[in-house]
Design a protein around this ligand. Sequence first.
Ligand code: ATP
Ligand code: MG
Length: 431
Amino acid sequence: MAKIQATRGTKDILPSELKYWQFVHNKIYKILQCANYQEIRTPIFENSNLYDRGIGADTDIVNKEMYRFRDRSNRDITLRPEGTAGVVRAFIENRMDSHDKLQRLWYNGAMFRYERPQSGRQRQFHQLGIELIGSADARADSEVIHLAMTIFNDLNLKNLQLNINSIGKIEDRNIYQAKLSDYLERYYDDLDRDSQNRLSSNPIRILDSKNIHTQQILDGAPIISDCLSIESQQHFDNVCNYLAILAIPYTINKKLVRGLDYYNDTAFEIKTLNSLGQDTVCGGGRYDSLIEQMGGPKTPAVGCAIGLERLLTLAKDTVNLPDEPVNFYIATQGSAANKTGMTIMKFLHQQSCTVELDLNSKTFSKQIKQANKKKAIACIIIGEQEIQQGNVIIKWMLKQEQENIPITQFKERISYLKKKLLFMQSFQIIK
Ligand code: ATP
Ligand code: MG
């Protein structure tokens, strides 16, 4: 029969890779915990109008990339393509601001976009998002950027570049949009098809085009910073000053806009200079009007999302995680020994030791071979003879040394066993 394969653009994360994911998650959780951010989990699918309204109808995501379908009750449903819209819906629906006007939140989960799969670009991918809701202060923008940078620094990632820009307020953008359209109209025939379409609907989005020819045309285009209000310029200067105080290097990229419509003022991206492929590992910005636009109270906010697959690719170069050894491997033969093996396994679990029970019941030499393969520090051997004598054999695998322990004394000897385990483990590391 033909094999069933994973859907195009999706990937299995196998145990050997998952340990890197867990390592990265643990690091991130600690950083966010220190900063007093709370985790939020929103549904993986939402009503499609959340994204139509929240992300913007002229964006690539809504136009081309959404996994959108009718459910059995004919509801218009979308698998979430990003996390902020869901968090904002939850914030409004659960009146989270009634408890505290300032919410420091983070989320982590799978996102879905129908894109052309390539290295660093999947159809199901994972994002870790940070949202600081309730503050218009430039310190909030800098705090979010600082947290993202701390995550990268803690993982020892080098050669990252923080690009930052201000895209101003809606009014600034309207002025800019007119200037940009005037300029681009002159090059209409040379623009890529998407950009031609956007020229009438949402010209600023053209700045985000990945088409090289369009980018060349944009080199001579007016820039948004010339249209910023004094207030927006001041906010941007403040963010940059706080970044300097935090000793975070940044590059002002006046062409930077973000792929989603809901941003204002600060827009930023963190890129790796190491890869030639998909180099953006984090994107974010301020979204002061989104919550109100979604039917909530007027609430400023700023946030960012880190692409975890891209982060993991970089982290695997700097982090080395050897296989964790099993503490005890239990090898038994005969029904009485199997029962004793089970109780010892339960006891060792309670003692937070890693234990693996041999389930093949082959010869002891095969079971011991298996223990070696698992890099077990000790093998607990229980055969019929041991049962008769009331003992178990502890074979310390690395030292080729073994000892008998009376079954009745196994529990009271656990602190001795744990100490010896540590000693043997250090021996294993040296080896
Ligand atoms: P890109 O320009 O690479 O398409 P984007 O602007 O669409 O990125 P955002 O919506 O800002 O990306 O998402 C934040 C981060 O999520 C990105 O910087 C990237 O690291 C990651 N990301 C986005 N889309 C994908 C994808 N299809 N596969 C893997 N990671 C992704
Ligand atoms: Mg994209």
